[in-house]
Design a protein around this ligand. Structure first.
Ligand code: NI
Length: 188
């Protein structure tokens, strides 16, 4: 297993839809193992294949909820259903999220409170998870990655301008930038 470099916003693989997974073999198994290791090393609660430069519709997640239940798994070729998004003021305390491809930053973003994730695992066994709250947010964030959408693309003002400024200031936003957890000194 290995910790993989994580692509930073601006790399084309992050900004285009990923291709469905068609081959379920040892290579896929090794990729998923490396993605779990990379996510844990970052540390993060989710990681999508395009973030490690792989054009494939899959993500891993790992998060423990308020009741102590550990949610951890891989979603391959997932589909996602969402509850309607609620209106109202954003709460920066409870609605801010970050992304390992925009390391060190967090901004508030409204997400659907409930989501149903369907996909298959490494053995092509179908599964369904009904998620609420933060888990639903993780699924929405990671699913977006598979469509080439970063959370920065969804931010409203003034946050959209703020993240654009940070990307410029860090010299991100161009192809080929990455960081490796445990190697590069980035506070994700
Ligand atoms: Ni992300």
């Amino acid at each position: 297993m290995a910790v993989l470099p994580i692509r930073i916003t601006g790399d084309p693989v992050l900004h285009r839809p990923a291709a469905p997974v068609t081959v379920f073999d040892e290579t896929l198994r090794a990729l998923v193992a490396d993605m779990f290791e990379t996510m844990d090393a970052a540390p993060g609660v989710g990681l999508a294949a395009p973030q490690v430069g792989v054009d494939a519709r899959l993500f891993v997640y790992g998060w423990t909820d308020e009741e102590g239940t550990a949610w951890r798994g891989v979603a391959i070729n997932p589909e996602l259903w969402l509850s309607p998004t609620e209106l109202g003021e954003l709460d920066p305390e409870t609605e801010s999220e970050g992304c390992l491809s925009i390391p060190g930053e967090r901004f508030p973003l409204r997400r659907a409170r409930r989501a149903i994730l369907r996909g298959v695992d490494l053995d092509e066994r179908p599964f369904e998870i009904v998620a609420e709250g933060w888990l639903a947010r993780i699924f929405q964030h990671e699913y977006d990655h598979l469509d080439g959408v970063l959370y920065a693309d969804r931010l409203e003002e003034p946050h959209a301008k703020a993240v654009a400024r940070i990307i410029r200031k860090n010299g991100w936003g161009s192809p080929g930038r990455s960081w490796t957890p445990g190697v590069d000194d980035i506070d994700a």
